[in-house]
Design a binder for this molecule. Structure first.
Ligand code: PMP
Length: 402
């Protein structure tokens, strides 16, 4: 028998109330919030101990998987898009209005949850190669779900184009009679509901309510949590909303901040940042590739410049390309060393955070985003990552060289 000595809570008071302690930020004033939408934002920021110790930098993760509605960073965006549409009179609660969206999953889950909370219907189109638990969850939330075979953005069959077209048809007809024959046979339940209300295409890629949610929420929270000291911000881009919104808020306050894009294999944004070129969408997506981006990573990586990426692209200083093998190895590492169970995009961000730490050298503070939980990725990404196992002693070099 060996007695294990643990620091007592009171020994660590100073640490507990430090400005980087997310628990303090999250607790906020002792108050009651209005509905589930009140549980969005003010997420903890925590030191990822293993990566910080290994690099000599402070690598901090923003726990976006703790947003309370759809449990990802997309809660902020979904709420922002809905609230702005309500302000503009485009959406009216309990009027039968339906929110349409093309999404890899997270935005749809946030929209479907908030639609329930606020009195709307949700109709979500997502690529059929995304993890099945995402569409199962959407069905549980009462959303209408269209799993669309992967197709390039230049084709009408693409999930985003399909959502836009359905919203348009809905608004134009406001009734079952003018829906196309194709839709009627495909989606009887959808048509049944299309008898009232309007269709609103949320359009997370082009809708600037997206980056504004991060400009008004994630960015200021990070600044406050870090007491204004951040050397680098590292994030992937799916729509570009996170990186643009945070960069636009932080850069004017911290001119020496380095903003780094974490880009999965198959994505074209790395070349846009590093070489200033973008592959022609038609050439890259329209002819050679059937999938939007060729990676097992979900939620980030894209081959076109969206309005939300455009909004902040001049503020991105560097980019790191991350392979699927590295992302899988990092996801396992975070469980093995820290008990952090995250999804694929968070693992990509952590690889890029380590590369950034090594580039900047010890003593720097690097902030990244942990967008969603690994439980959203059990059937695909984590199925490939496998079980972490008991007594393992992985070396960080093996993760970085995977
Ligand atoms: N991680 C996950 C899991 C996501 O779903 C998304 C959004 N598609 C992102 C990261 C990227 O965020 P953004 O769209 O703001 O670039």
């Amino acid at each position: 028998y060996q007695e294990i000595s643990r620091p007592r809570r009171e020994d660590n008071v100073a640490e507990q109330i430090s400005p980087t302690n997310g628990l303090i930020a999250r607790a906020g004033p002792p108050t009651i919030v209005e509905g589930i939408e009140g549980c969005i934002g003010n997420t903890p920021l925590f030191r990822i101990k293993s990566l910080s110790d290994e690099t000599g930098c402070e690598i901090l993760g923003k726990a976006e998987f703790l947003n309370g509605a759809g449990q990802s960073s997309k809660d902020r965006v979904a709420l922002s898009m809905i609230e702005i549409a309500e302000e503009q009179g485009i959406l009216t609660p309990y009027s039968g209005d339906t929110i349409y969206e093309g999404t890899s999953g997270s935005t749809g889950i946030s929209l479907a949850t908030l639609a329930r909370a606020k009195g709307y219907l949700a109709h979500i189109c997502l690529p059929s190669d995304q993890a099945i638990e995402k569409s199962n969850l959407l069905l549980k939330l009462g959303a209408i779900v269209d799993r669309v075979p992967p197709a390039p953005i230049v084709e009408q069959a693409n999930f985003v184009n399909r959502a836009r077209a359905l919203a348009k048809t809905h608004t134009a007809s406001s009734g079952i009679s003018s829906a196309s024959a194709d839709e009627q046979s495909d989606l009887p339940a959808a048509n049944e509901r299309m008898t009232r209300g309007r269709g609103f295409f949320a359009d997370q890629f082009e809708n600037e309510a997206n980056w504004r949610a991060h400009y008004e929420g994630t960015g200021p929270e990070l600044y406050a949590q870090c007491g204004g000291r951040i050397d680098a911000f590292v994030a992937g881009a799916g729509t570009g909303g996170t990186i643009s919104g945070v960069a636009r808020f932080l850069k004017p306050l911290l001119p020496r901040l380095t903003v780094v894009l974490a880009d999965p294999q198959g994505s074209g944004l790395f070349n846009r940042v590093v070489y200033g070129v973008m592959f022609d969408v038609k050439e890259r997506e329209g002819t050679r590739r059937r999938r939007q981006v060729d990676t097992i990573v979900e939620g980030i990586g894209i081959n076109r410049v969206t309005a939300n990426f455009e909004a902040g692209k001049e503020m991105i200083d560097d980019a790191v390309r991350v392979t699927d093998a590295q992302a899988l190895a990092m996801a396992r590492w975070l469980v093995e060393k820290d008990g952090i169970f995250v999804g694929s995009s968070s693992a990509v961000n952590c690889i890029a955070a380590v590369k950034t730490a090594r580039k900047l050298g010890p003593g720097h503070r690097i902030v990244t985003v942990l967008s969603d939980s690994g439980s959203r990725h059990l059937s695909r990404f984590w199925a490939k990552a496998g079980d972490v196992g008991g007594a393992v002693d992985t070396k960080l070099e093996d993760v970085m060289n995977a």
